[in-house]
Design a protein around this ligand. Sequence first.
Ligand code: NDP
Length: 280
Amino acid sequence: MTDRYCVFGNPIGHSKSPAIHAAFAAATGQDLTYEARLAPVDQADGFAEAVAAFIAEGGRGANVTVPFKEDAFRLASGPGNRLTPRARLAGAVNTLVFGSDGILGDNTDGVGLVRDLTDFLGVSLAGKRILLLGAGGAARGALGPLLDAAPAHLTIANRTVARAEELAALVVASHPAAAVDACSFAALAGRQYDVVINATSASLQGEPVPLPAGLYAPGAAAYDMMYGSETPFLAQARRLGASVLADGLGMLVEQAAEAFALWRGVRPDTAAVRRLLRPA
Ligand code: NDP
């Protein structure tokens, strides 16, 4: 029987996930369907009910996108269900697996980011100075996999400094040996980084994050989680001298591949899907 998967979001019509997973299924010969499902935002338990309905229809797993990643975290935290350690640190779930032993919640966003940086862009993270801009869900989801890559130092900078400090405290609790600090954007003056990752939504609003000149070390990489070839953050990074510039499309494809591997036990080759989404 054909296995069923979906992505829950609201809105969801723009999602690239059905096309990505259809391409993975075709390339790996997996018999599955993957659809976009709109879950309600105006009902208490609307997300949990949408998931329960999908399971009752035979659903085997799901991705979760804005604004339901924290609802999915709560669902997978419930009695009889489980969370992966990286989902626990992220405080958010983007991948659900529906098994006879309950629901497993995982977060593949951060590992997708790290895989895009290391495997596709050739950016090594080990021993490097990393700056993570933002302290929302995307930043929090990136923490575990970034720390697992053994950077020399991780700075979390955010417009609201208290939120960056909260994330740094989570890191200290989960990775006691990690060198981490939190600060405002203004406090970055005089500092230098090898990898700067924009996990704010400033680019969505058409503006760059206010960053000082001299921030990028020679050969540094700038990565915007938002997709779009020349986001305001990337245009600024070019001006400030970053050597590697990348948007978040690769992260989107890699997080999907990680979810697919979790569901199917088969890791799809992502190069063909990258070309499909962004023809040369
Ligand atoms: P959240 O709403 O959870 O967090 C937004 C963050 O951006 C906060 O840190 C907020 O700061 C900061 N921010 C918002 N506006 C500005 C601004 N004008 N200047 C500076 N900082 C600002 O969003 P998410 O974490 O869910 O998403 C962040 C980005 O990551 C989005 O662009 C999203 O598209 C992208 N993303 C990409 C993925 C991919 O696969 N490529 C996956 C997930 C997300 P404050 O705390 O002060 O409000």
